[in-house]
Structures are given as C-alpha cells and as structure tokens.
Design a binder for this molecule. Structure first.
Ligand code: HEC
Length: 116
C-alpha cells in the first residue's frame, strides 16, 4: 500500500520537475529586444556622434520618430530587415532573425513612448 503512494509521489515530483525545466527554457528562449537594441542598434539610435553623423532618429525622442512610427510595426520591421528604405540591412546585425529585429523595434517604440 505504502509502496503505491511512493510511486505516485515520485511521478508527481517528476512532473513538477519537468514543468519547471521547460518553464525555464521558454524563459531563456524569449527574445530580449533591449539586449539586441543595445548590442546592435544603440550605436546609432542612442544619439551621440555616430547617431548625429548618420542622422539616426534617437530613442526616447518621439519627434525623431514621428514620421516612422505611424507606418506601423510590421512595415518598419520589414524596412530594417530588407534595407529598402536606405537602412543598413538588418541594422548591422547579420545574425539577427526577423523576430530579433521586431523585438528591437518594439523596444525602441516602448522606450520612446515612455519618455514622452
Ligand atoms: C549605422 C547606423 C544604424 C544602425 C546600426 C541602426 N540604425 Fe536604424 N536607422 C538609422 C538611420 C540613419 C535611420 C533613418 C532613416 C533611414 O536611413 O532609413 C534609421 C531608421 C530606423 C527605423 C525607421 C524605419 C527605416 O527603415 O528608416 C527603424 C525602425 C530603425 N532604424 C530600427 C533599427 C533597429 C531595430 C536597429 C538594430 C537592429 C537599427 N535601427 C540599427 C541608422 C541605424
């Protein structure tokens, strides 16, 4: 009788452990837009000398983005990925996927909105 309980408990323990491990995995797989932004986009979009020389719209300055944001997220992501509007292809991030770029653009939008 006791033996049966032990097996049930063990099975429950295993289930919880697996749930915790897979939970942790989805956490690390989540794309960190801020990190991508800081690694690849900030050198231009943070302003500073490179931002000035390239004429980049600056993060946190809604006016700089007023001609871009109304275009909508999907189109902006496409422009950055393809470079069709004159942007450096993928914003200088060769290894970035479209989803990475999207996360970085969302970060720009949120950070710019916050500082308004
Ligand atoms: C070498 C400098 C540089 C880097 C690096 C850069 N940008 Fe840009 N970005 C610009 C400039 C300059 C513009 C102004 C308009 C243009 O040239 O397209 C711009 C415009 C944009 C726009 C408006 C849409 C467009 O295509 O013009 C978005 C969105 C954007 N950048 C996102 C990003 C993201 C996300 C990254 C990083 C993955 C990034 N940028 C990296 C210089 C840069």
């Amino acid at each position: 009788m006791l033996q049966k309980y032990r097996i049930v408990l063990l099975a429950m323990g295993l289930l919880i452990a697996t749930a915790m491990i897979s939970g942790a995995q989805t956490e690390t797989e989540k794309i960190d837009g801020q990190q991508i932004y800081e690694d690849h986009c900030g050198k231009c979009h943070d302003g500073g000398f490179k931002g000035w020389i390239t004429g980049s719209p600056k993060i946190g300055k809604p006016k700089d983005w007023s001609e871009f944001f109304p275009t909508g997220l999907d189109t902006l992501v496409k422009w950055v990925v393809t470079g069709e509007k004159g942007h450096d292809k993928k914003g200088d991030c060769e290894e970035c996927t479209q989803e990475d770029i999207r996360a970085a653009v969302i970060h720009i939008m949120e950070a710019t909105k916050d500082d308004e």
